[in-house]
Design a protein around this ligand. Structure first.
Ligand code: NIG
Ligand code: FE
Length: 433
């Protein structure tokens, strides 16, 4: 695999100037943690802004005229890489906190069956669904998987994403899940952005464990989780908690195993049917994702915590569902909400965060401001990366998305078209690509 991470030389200083709208998302209160309630309207916009990045970090954020008057910038101007962002909008790079990029083929038969009227659950029961992606992943060489993951990371970056959570989950054996995580790690070393890996051995029970599912749960708890943790191949463990996948009790035993190995915890819940959240919330859960089916008590429990509700409306769109996650109700109740693509071959084959923002505005009645915050700082919180990602503030990683637009509201407005001009990932700009 060819590296595009421009050697390991120290990064030169990078100065972005004349930014029409610099959407900083700086925190007014300085309080760490996800934004909720009225904070979801606060973008911290600087007009005619400038950002100076050095060594992969943001060092100053100001008006352009103040940057140009800065003594250090004046002294070092010749050695600084300058990018004129005249007329453009700059955001923190999107944090896509839920993706499944380790697969081989698109699932076109599932797609056709759904067009003909079958549901996601019916397709899975008839032998399609997640299990139909497993054979090819088991057969694939690690390098082949890594190449395709890298291509997918680049597609995401082309639309403004600079941090990606990447799950395994189509191997469903110790060997194939570890190979999937290794492939994620390989791809990540060739991409200037940031990748957070998640073990999703608990995606569904594989065919060979039909009739003895408890044995598969034991493989996950006693082999997959400890091995992935020991080799630092995963930062999180995820479980698909759903009828036809794993029960709440099974989920709790896997959460126990993850916690005892020092891994973070997240789960897919309430996608097809309701799961009571209280028992899961006795764990330190970073994020619960999908949440199409929720009770009043679930919402009240979430509102009390920093557990992020990650909504993935690309899946509702692609599955042709009429209903979307109840974002308004969650936000109005004080729950911390994030948005992610759920990029995967079965329910949401899109790398595009701008498209997800558009769906959030049109189908979930989120404002453009709420959608941007949900896709950046709250996504960072869902990955426990609050201190490094999700806003443009001194000390944070230099992750920026530059849009050829004059107003941030145009990001969700122009749906299904890409206005991202380039990104800066950990101080490396793709402007020259
Ligand atoms: O998040 N729900 C479980 N996992 C994916 C779908 C995976 C697949 O269908 O391949 C999701 O929608
Ligand atoms: Fe998912």
């Amino acid at each position: 695999m060819a590296s595009r991470n421009a050697s390991q030389e120290p990064l030169r200083a990078l100065l972005l100037l004349n930014i029409r709208q610099l959407v900083t998302l700086r925190s007014r209160t300085g309080k760490p943690g996800p934004r909720r309630g009225a904070e979801l309207g606060e973008l911290g916009i600087i007009k005619d802004g400038a950002v100076l990045c050095l060594g992969g970090k943001i060092v100053s954020v100001s008006k352009t005229k103040d940057a140009l008057a800065d003594p250090w910038i004046k002294k070092n101007r010749k050695s600084i890489i300058e990018i004129d962002c005249g007329g453009q909008v700059v955001l923190p790079g999107f944090v896509d906190s839920h993706t499944h990029p380790v697969f081989v083929n698109p699932r076109l038969v599932d797609f056709e069956k759904r067009i003909a009227g079958a549901t996601y659950a019916q397709i899975a029961q008839a032998g399609g669904g997640i299990r139909s992606s497993v054979d090819n992943v088991r057969k694939a060489a690690r390098n082949q998987l890594a190449e395709s993951i890298l291509a997918r990371l680049r597609e995401m970056a082309a639309q403004g994403t600079t941090t990606v959570e990447a799950k395994s989950g189509y191997g469903l054996s110790l060997e194939a899940e570890l190979k999937s995580l290794e492939a994620i790690r390989d791809a990540a070393t060739h991409w200037p952005g940031t990748v957070v890996s998640t073990l999703l051995g608990a995606h569904v029970v594989p065919k060979e464990f039909e009739g003895c599912r408890q044995e598969y749960v034991e493989v996950i708890c006693n082999e997959m989780i400890p091995r992935a943790a020991k080799r630092k191949l995963a930062q999180f463990v995820d479980v698909f908690t759903e009828q036809g996948a794993f029960s709440s009790e099974e989920t709790e035993s896997m959460f126990d195993a993850a916690a005892s190995c020092g891994l973070g915890i997240r789960a897919h819940v309430g996608q097809l049917s309701h799961t009571v959240l209280r028992p899961l919330l006795r764990f330190n859960v970073s994020s619960l994702d999908h949440l199409d089916h929720l009770s009043e008590d679930d919402i009240a429990q979430l509102a009390k915590r920093d557990t992020v509700a990650t909504l993935v409306p690309g899946a509702n769109y692609f599955l042709g569902l009429e209903k979307f996650p109840p974002a308004r109700k969650l936000i109005d109740s004080g729950v911390a909400v994030a948005l992610a693509t759920d990029y995967n071959p079965g329910s949401s084959p899109t790398p595009s965060m701008p498209f997800v923002l558009s769906l959030a505005c049109t189908h979930m009645k989120m404002s453009a401001e709420e959608a941007i915050i949900a896709a950046t700082i709250n996504g960072a919180c869902a990955l426990r990366l609050y201190h490094r990602k999700g806003s443009i503030e001194p000390g944070k990683d230099a992750d920026l998305a530059i849009f050829e637009l004059s107003d941030y509201r145009e990001i969700p407005y122009w749906f299904a078209s890409n206005h991202c001009a380039f990104v800066v990932m950990n101080g490396t700009s793709t402007a020259a690509d």
